[in-house]
Design a protein around this ligand. Structure first.
Ligand code: TMP
Length: 208
């Protein structure tokens, strides 16, 4: 039996890592085999691309080369890790996937959604998650958490200005509205246990 693929999306510091671990434990408790992975990254080659993307100066890449690197990392991740795990009947949870490229590079970065989807078709056959959980926090709460987590040191992309991150948040909301069958919106405010309960409810339709 084919497994399931869940992506977790959202802006900076919405609590994705904590929630992914809680969800993975919960699914294992239901008897599923679960792999947790992340983007950019998830394979040795894609992790090498991650360093290229997130380290260095703001102008290390232009918008197009940045989008191509994300697509290249994703192509390796899908072919060598995500698809094989799902074909073997496992569940895969990825911290970010294609919707991050659509929101960050496509909308906030100005390349447009169609260009990012074209790259995804070429790189990864247009492969999509069975379910995408969009964790949402009010912008001021997200900024407070990011400062607490990263101090002043954030990466090349996390460190972009508030207008960029607001465009990312709006883009995620518009993707969710356009594809209600794939997306579930999750209120990420409050303590981790409450957010976890909301996530379990949000994927109830898949776990059956
Ligand atoms: P994270 O590990 O904190 O989520 O960092 C990854 C950063 O890369 C984050 O700022 C979002 C950004 N990103 C993109 O811009 N495009 C993408 O396709 C992905 C997967 C991440």
């Amino acid at each position: 039996m084919r497994g399931r693929f869940i992506s977790i999306e959202g802006g900076e510091a919405v609590g994705k890592s904590t929630q992914i671990q809680l969800l993975a434990d919960w699914l294992r408790g239901q008897g599923h085999s679960v792999e947790v992975t992340r983007e950019p990254g998830g394979t040795d080659s894609a992790e090498a691309i991650r360093s290229l993307l997130l380290e260095g100066g703001a102008d290390r890449w232009n918008a197009r080369s940045e989008a191509l690197l994300f697509a290249a990392a994703r192509a390796d991740h899908v072919a060598r890790r995500i698809r094989p795990a799902i074909d073997a009947g496992g569940w895969v949870i990825s911290d970010r996937f294609i919707d991050s490229s659509r929101a960050y590079q496509g909308i906030a970065g100005g390349l447009g959604d169609a260009a990012i989807l074209d790259l995804h078709r070429f790189g990864s056959g247009g492969f999509l998650p069975d379910c995408t959980l969009l964790l949402e926090l009010p912008a001021d709460e997200a900024a407070r958490r990011a400062t607490r987590r990263d101090g002043v040191a954030s990466d090349r992309i996390g460190g972009r200005d508030a207008a960029y991150h607001e465009a990312v948040a709006q883009a995620f909301r518009s993707f969710a509205a356009a594809e209600p069958a794939r997306f579930r919106l999750v209120d990420a405010s409050g303590d981790a246990a409450s957010v976890h309960d909301r996530i379990v409810q949000a994927i109830a339709h898949m776990a059956a």
